[in-house]
Design a protein around this ligand. Structure first.
Ligand SMILES: [Zn+2]
Length: 211
């Protein structure tokens, strides 16, 4: 399975200008293009009450962009990633080279989360853990993003996001039927166990974050 429920895709032309330094203006576009999930670990950003807040990561880190000879500006949309705080912080500590042009050196480094290659190096197990197929994938998962240290949280977030998506699918389906018809009532019954699951997962996540 893919690490992300939906593989993110950046729009060709962002709504806001790619000039200047205020890259925060791209957040609404990024939220949509990344389906409100971290590009790297797939965590859903729907928890206002938790400590998992979301940021904008520069794929080629800001340190390189500060140099006047960099060809990448702070607001270049193709260099921006919607990212949870954990992935953003961990990534910036581990750039593999001294150059903005080398993302990968000797099986260490990063693949852009919008590149289909991302899912050739990392994958999701049935229970929601993130594992690797390659040495580069192992480096990203363990040395850089430290997914292994967040294993329980990552599994819970995955289950929560899947349940949420299933609920939304059924609600969409219900819109095709008239309320009160047999079909409508039949489909509606599928929601009850999902709501229950959603509620308990949310409680588990709250305990997880708030100790
Ligand atoms: Zn993340």
């Amino acid at each position: 399975m893919s690490v992300r429920e939906i593989v993110p895709f950046r729009r060709e032309t962002p709504s806001k200008s790619e000039k200047g330094n205020d890259y925060g203006k791209h957040k609404p576009d990024l939220e949509e293009d990344f389906n409100y999930c971290c590009g790297y670990c797939g965590a859903f950003d729907g928890f206002g009450y938790t400590k998992t807040y979301f940021e904008i990561d520069h794929f080629v880190p800001k340190d390189f962009l500060i140099k006047s000879n960099s060809s990448i500006g702070f607001c270049k949309y193709s260099n921006l990633v919607y990212s949870c705080r954990f992935c953003n912080n961990n990534k910036n500590k581990h750039w593999p080279s001294e150059s903005e042009d080398f993302f990968i050196l000797d099986d260490k480094g990063y693949i852009d989360p919008c590149d289909p290659e991302y899912d050739n190096n990392l994958y999701r197990t049935e229970d929601g853990a993130i594992m690797w197929n390659t040495e580069l994938g192992k480096w990203m998962a363990t040395t850089a993003f430290k997914f292994d240290q967040r294993l329980e949280e990552i599994k819970l977030l995955w289950k929560y996001n899947k349940t949420r998506i299933n609920i939304e699918k059924i609600i969409d389906e219900l819109n095709d039927y008239l309320e009160g018809t047999d079909e409508y009532e039949e489909i509606k019954k599928e929601l009850t166990p999902l709501f229950e699951k959603h509620y308990f997962l949310q409680r588990e996540l709250a305990t997880f974050y708030n100790g």
